[in-house]
Structures are given as C-alpha cells and as structure tokens.
Design a protein around this ligand. Structure first.
Ligand code: FAD
Length: 509
C-alpha cells in the first residue's frame, strides 16, 4: 500500500481547497478524483473554439480565495486574473422591464427609484439589517464547526434575534413593497440551492456580501481558478490522481479510517480520509453501512434535497450585446408558483426562469472572434420528481431555445448555433455522483443548517472528515471554501503534521 497522511476523495472546490490547506500545513496529501478533470461542478468544456464553464460562474467573497493562497505562501493575483463586473447582473421581468443590479450604492439607488421611489429608503435599511447578519453569521459563525450540539444551542437565541426563523422572502418583504424588487433581493438563495420562501433570513446576506466584496469573473473562466488551485497544490508537493474513482473507505476494527480502495482494486493507506464527493453518495456508497450508526442511509435520505439544473451550452457565431450582459437573469411572471414547482413539483413547470452566462462580455477569448459561448441554466426539480430526462431532454432544450429566440428576443439564435452540449439531472447523478441528481446537495433550510447539517467530521468513524456543498456551512464557493477551512482545522487538531509546515513568509521569497 502507498502511504500518505491524508487522502482527499474528490477534487471539487472543497477537495482542492482542503488539500491545499493540509499540504501547506505539513501533511502529505493525495487527492483522488474519479473524473478525468478536477473541479467537480466547476468543470470545463472546450469545443470548436468555444470555452464553457460548466457550473459556477460568479465569484463573490474573493477574500476567501486570497486567504487560501496566502495560507499556502502564495499570492492569488500571481495565479488568477480576477475581473470586477459592473453591473453584477441584469434581471429581466416578464413585462420587459429590467433591473441592472450592482455597482456603487448610487447606481443601485438610481435603478431602485425607477421601480419605486420609496424603495431607496427600504434598500438602505435592508443593507443595514443584512450587515448585522453578515458580521455575525458569515464572519463569525460560518467559520465554526458545528459538530457539537452545545455550540449550536448556545447560539439559538442570537439566531432568532437575527430573524433566522423567518424566510428570506418574508424578511426582504419588510423592506420592499414592489413585487419585482422583492424578487430582485430575495432570489439569491437559488444560487446555493435554497428556496427563497423557506431558506432562513440568514441567507439574505448575499446582496450585502456582493456590495462589500463585488462580483468577479476570472479571466479564462472559473476553470482557470480550478487549474490554478491544482497547480498550487502540486507546487506544495501534493499528489493528484485523476480518473481514480474511490470505491470504499477502509476502516479498521477500532472504527478508524485507515485508507481507501480504488475501483481498480488498488489500496492506499492514510492517517485520515477527507470525503469531498457528494455527502450522501459518499456516505452511502463509500462507507459500509455497518460502521454508520449516526449517518444511516435512512437519516441521509430523510434530508430535503435542493433542486437540480438543466444546463445548455451553446457556441454561437454571433453575440447579443444589447440583450445579454455577462450575467443575465430572466424571470418568469410567476415567482412563488414557479419556485414551488421547481422544489416540490412533479413535472417540468410550464414557464421558465433562466440564468444566462455570456463570458465574452468580459473575456473575448472564451469564443471565436465575434462569437459567444452562451451557457443557459434552467432550475428544474431533482430526480425525486420522476421526470424521465432520457425522453424529455431534447424537447426541453427545444423549448428553451424557442423561448430565448421568440419570447426573449435572441433573434436567429437557432441558426447561429455552432456547438452544443447539455447536462441534465441524470448527469449530476451519474457523472458527479450527486444523490437524486441535486445540483446543490442538501437544501439550505434552518433545520438543515449548522448542527443539523452533516458535520465536517464523521460522528461514526474516527479519522474520517467531510468537506463540500452538502456539509456545514453549505453550497456555493464561499460556503465550500469555508468548509475546507473548518475541516482542515479539525484535522490539524487531531493529526500532528509530519513535514515542516509551509510558512507564508518563507514561501513568498
Ligand atoms: C450549475 C451550477 C452553477 C453554480 N453557480 C455558482 C456560482 O456562480 N457561484 C458559486 O459560488 N457557486 C455556484 N454553484 C455552487 C458551487 O458550484 C458548488 O457548491 C461547489 O462547486 C461544490 O463544490 P464541492 O467541493 O462540494 O464539490 P463538487 O463540485 O461536488 O465535486 C465533488 C467531486 O468529487 C468527485 N467524486 C465523487 N465521487 C467520487 C469517488 N467515488 N471517487 C473520487 N472522486 C469522486 C466528483 O467527480 C467531483 O469532482 C453552482 C453550482 C451549479 C451546479
């Protein structure tokens, strides 16, 4: 058996970030990824001169990436070129109006006045209220491991004071009267798989987070951040093995993780194992049930899972600069009803809300000259809704293209397509091993957050740790980067490093 101190299973953002942190702290880390490319949901497709990010495209809280790099003795700006976006996104409504969201407070307030002159005061109060939540919930609490119930219980009164028991939509409605503005300031939980009508008001901090840290794009696409993390980890001496699916975590008689067995039959020994693969699939498929008295299959299946996505990647031989900004959101006339259909429905909704990513607005190298690598995201129910994507994908794709061309105004869209791929909930399940094909794992609700969410350290098996979207604090790059920080700190408490930790000042020279 080959030996490492720590094995990380899965090279998503969470796996890469924890591998970097642990390697920089003096552990010898091996990172195993089942796919041929790192990044997980943050993958890349290159075809016919078009470059597509497959999943995340919006960078918020860039300080978390800077902190990751500086902890490894490096500087983010040497490896990644971040471009600030203004406005952050354009939001179109079904009546043809749009809201250019983001930029300076003055720019936002000018937009608000055009919707509702009274909204500026509401916006200022909303920012003030969300700053309070941000300082406590994001800066203090999201950094903590909630694997002990006592830590969580002590905070309950404070969480209630921060309106945690209220939904994001109800909280936002206290500040805005206009229904369209209520959707502008409440849709953000969707970015992390949350339902605005039941995600806790704690998740209403995103507009504040965006105003504080901006919204960014990495030149070359999100995948350039993944590649930079991969290189940083290898520079530190870490080992990456791609196309190396793990079949089982090896556990000894004392109920301690001692390594992994790959699907190839090869076994690798380690002092600790970190699972970044989707938490439910990882537990149910890689950790034998006889070792799990707390995280049983039954308990894992009882969680409520977030929605999935249908993703369409279109390489176009033209651009639509007047309709598409770098990030564009197209809202259907129905808001509450459509969200109910996506989270709790049993078929595809009749109408659609879409997110469109047109990265050539900021980086022309993402498509051949004059072309566009357009990515369309339609939120759809997860596989529990029983939709047969093998028979429905083509028709759904046609509906999206028809809608964009004839209703939204991307004239000539169908005939300008030069490259095309799609990714359905079945691919989330089969390619990314995501339970129920959910795009964001366990839904972020109050009773599935903090102590209630799968912990960053196993309650059943010693030496087994977890990181990523389904664990505390949750999905989205900020959440996942924080989970990597928590997990690596828990490991550092248990495992003495065997190599000399990398000190930032040494490495920077
Ligand atoms: C379409 C989409 C758009 C998004 N947009 C944004 C955005 O704009 N901004 C943002 O901040 N967040 C966004 N998110 C959320 C964010 O992308 C995710 O929360 C985050 O990338 C998840 O990272 P993770 O560490 O949990 O790992 P994942 O990306 O889930 O990676 C897990 C890895 O484990 C591997 N794996 C699984 N099983 C095994 C095994 N047995 N052996 C070895 N490897 C295995 C998988 O192949 C995968 O590579 C988006 C998500 C989606 C789906």
């Amino acid at each position: 058996m080959t030996r490492s101190n720590v094995i990380v299973v899965g090279a998503g953002f969470g796996g890469l970030a924890s591998a970097i942190r642990l390697q920089a702290a003096g552990q010898q880390v091996t990172l195993l990824e089942k796919r041929a490319q790192p990044g997980g949901r943050a993958g890349q497709i290159k075809t016919n001169g078009f470059t597509f990010d497959t999943g995340p495209s919006i960078i918020t809280a860039p300080h978390l990436l800077e902190e990751l790099w500086s902890g490894a003795g490096a500087r983010l700006q040497d490896d990644v070129d971040l471009l600030a976006l203004t406005p952050y996104y354009r939001i179109y409504f079904a009546d043809g109006r749009y809201f250019d969201y983001g930029g300076t407070p003055q720019q936002v307030e000018a937009q608000l006045r055009s919707f509702d002159p009274g909204a500026v005061d509401g916006y200022r109060r909303f920012m003030h209220a969300t700053r309070r939540i941000y300082q406590r919930a994001f800066e203090d609490l999201a950094n903590q491991s909630f694997h002990r119930l006592s830590t969580f219980v002590k905070l309950v009164p404070e969480l209630l004071r921060l309106n945690a028991a209220q939904s994001v939509y109800d909280f936002v409605s206290r500040f805005f009267r206009d229904p369209q503005l209520r959707s502008v300031f409440s849709f953000h939980p969707l970015f992390i798989g949350g339902n605005p009508f039941r995600a806790s008001a704690i998740y209403s901090i995103v507009p504040y987070l965006e105003r504080q840290g901006g919204v960014w794009f990495a030149r070359g696409g999100m995948y350039s951040v993944v590649q930079a993390m991969h290189r940083l980890f290898e520079r530190l001496g870490g080992r990456v093995r791609l196309s190396a699916p793990v079949e089982q975590v090896l556990i000894d008689d004392t109920k301690r993780a001692v390594g992994v067995r790959l699907r190839s039959g090869e076994t690798l020994a380690a002092d600790a194992v970190v699972l970044n693969a989707d938490v439910t699939s990882a537990y149910t498929q890689l950790v034998p049930a006889r070792f799990r008295t707390r995280m049983t299959d039954r308990r894992l299946r009882r969680y409520r899972y977030s929605m999935s996505c249908f993703l369409l990647y279109l390489g176009l031989d033209r651009q639509y600069p007047d309709r598409l900004l770098h990030h564009t959101i197209v809202m259907a006339a129905r808001y509450r009803g459509l969200i109910r259909d996506i989270f709790d429905g049993h078929g595809l909704p009749p109408d659609m809300s879409l997110y469109l990513h047109a990265p050539t607005r900021s980086d022309p190298s993402m498509a051949p000259a004059g072309g566009e690598s357009l990515y369309v995201l339609a939120p759809v129910p997860h596989l529990g809704a029983g939709i047969d994507w093998r028979s429905q994908a083509q028709a759904f794709r046609d509906r999206i293209v028809q809608f964009l061309e004839h209703d939204f105004g991307l004239t000539g869209l169908q005939e300008s397509i030069r490259a095309e791929r799609w990714f359905t909930p079945l691919d989330f399940r089969d390619d990314l091993s995501s339970y129920l094909g959910s795009a964001f794992s366990i839904e972020p609700t109050l009773l599935q957050s903090g102590w209630f969410r799968p912990h960053n350290v196993s309650e059943d098996v010693a030496g087994l740790y977890l990181v990523g979207a389904g664990t505390h604090p949750g999905a989205g790059l900020p959440g996942v980067l924080l989970s990597a920080k928590i997990t690596s700190e828990l490991i550092a408490q248990e495992l003495p490093a065997t190599m000399q930790p990398l000190l930032a000042e040494n490495a920077a020279v």
